[in-house]
Design a protein around this ligand. Sequence first.
Ligand code: NDP
Length: 485
Amino acid sequence: MTHPAAPKASHFINGAYVENTAGTAIPVIYAATGEEIATVHAATPEIVEEALASAQAAQKAWAKMTGTERGRILRRAADIMRERNHELSVLETYDTGKPLQETLVADATSGADALEYFGGLAASLTGEHILLGEDWVYTVREPLGLCVGIGAWNYPTQIACWKAAPALACGNAMVFKPSETTTLCALKVAEILHEAGLPAGVFNVVQGMGEVGGALVADPRVDKVSLTGSVPTGKKVYAAAAADMKHVTMELGGKSPLVIFDDADIENAVGGAINGNFYSSGQVCSNGTRVFVQKGIKEKFLARLAERTKGAVLGDPQDEAVNFGPMVSERQMEIVLGYIEKGKAEGARLICGGERVDRPGYFIAPTVFADVTDDMVIAREEIFGPVMSVLDFETEEEVIERANATEFGLSAGVFTRDFTRAHRVIGALEAGSCFINSYNDAPVEAPFGGVKASGVGRENSKEAIKHFSQVKSVYVRMGDVEAAF
Ligand code: NDP
């Protein structure tokens, strides 16, 4: 019997579901049980061609519509997503294993926010008029053309919407490839956009592994690539895009510092550390996985953290009482367990967790290591699982230097009651998305993205418009042209 989460077909191209079983079979595994609930097929070269050709054909007419018309369609899609939030959240939970308690408030809702926000902005995208005496210059904000979006597996609905909404608002068309681990949700986003009135071909979804992504990125018709993924993949995709001088947005990984001073409100600081390490079972790129705690409150902090971590309720993620789900896949579970073993072997002090949970699915108990030092592997590499490293520090100067001693620069947070110190420390931390007395908030109104190896460009907010459009400037001479001869 077909599972209710199974998609109608593998791809969504030119306004319709499309199947081609000649492509490699990709099993859809429910992470909470390990069972295969559906199968999709990777795009063949013919499917990739169909998607790119239909996007290219649709883009010009889409760009010719007024911003008000484009925005109306995006906002209608946002409304549909909100009406179907429960159904979409159940699907997101099947796709990722994240608990329904989270997906009900963080996925389709965040996607709808992006569609509503960029739908609202679409009509207000204008150029400038620059007077130069009698002459003048005007600028036009133009779409880039054909954009490719490539997603990671942790937020399949949100990533598809965060890329599609600004791209489409600006008059671009998009071909989106979800991660092979989470193939379901982007198809629903495409379906809903078309139900809302999006012209066929403007947003297409094709499945596949890295090689399908590679084929999309290398195609000369593509003007822009927006990737959410790891730093090594980002480097490859950025290099491939450079061959044709394509625009890029790179949302990559992190190993972000969360700095907790002695004077912090301890419950808020513990709450921030929990949100920044255990939400989505730690599979969040901006997580504050290096928790620097000033020596004066260290033991108190660890005691409260261990206590509150007991509040994690593991179980069937479709049960709304459950607040902690499995790793997205067996592979990711093995990677994370490998890091936990490294932490133990390197002599970090295990406060809680540290093992796979004895039940079906890919569950790892929320894990806290204390006495972690800067040179340990668990303090240097992105783990992408529920593993928090607590490091000690004494002075502000010292913690800033140590927090910045990483190739990554996605996020940073500080907890303190000292107002001026909060701003001073955040000002000195090398990160793109920062938090004061909070952690991991990602409203669509705020720019999101990293510095250093964590990426280029920004998603969300008005910043994203700059990354999905380009400016044409036109000089207009009102008098005669003077020339040397
Ligand atoms: P990967 O970097 O492995 O993959 C990201 C996407 O790129 C996938 O769809 C993947 O396909 C595709 N891909 C892989 N190789 C290529 C290639 N050569 N050309 C084009 N596309 C390619 O990341 P994961 O999916 O494993 O996601 C986890 C990572 O994503 C973490 O490291 C995390 O830091 C990062 N991330 C960053 C976020 C941010 O906003 N900064 C948000 C969420 C995650 P496939 O996997 O199907 O083979």
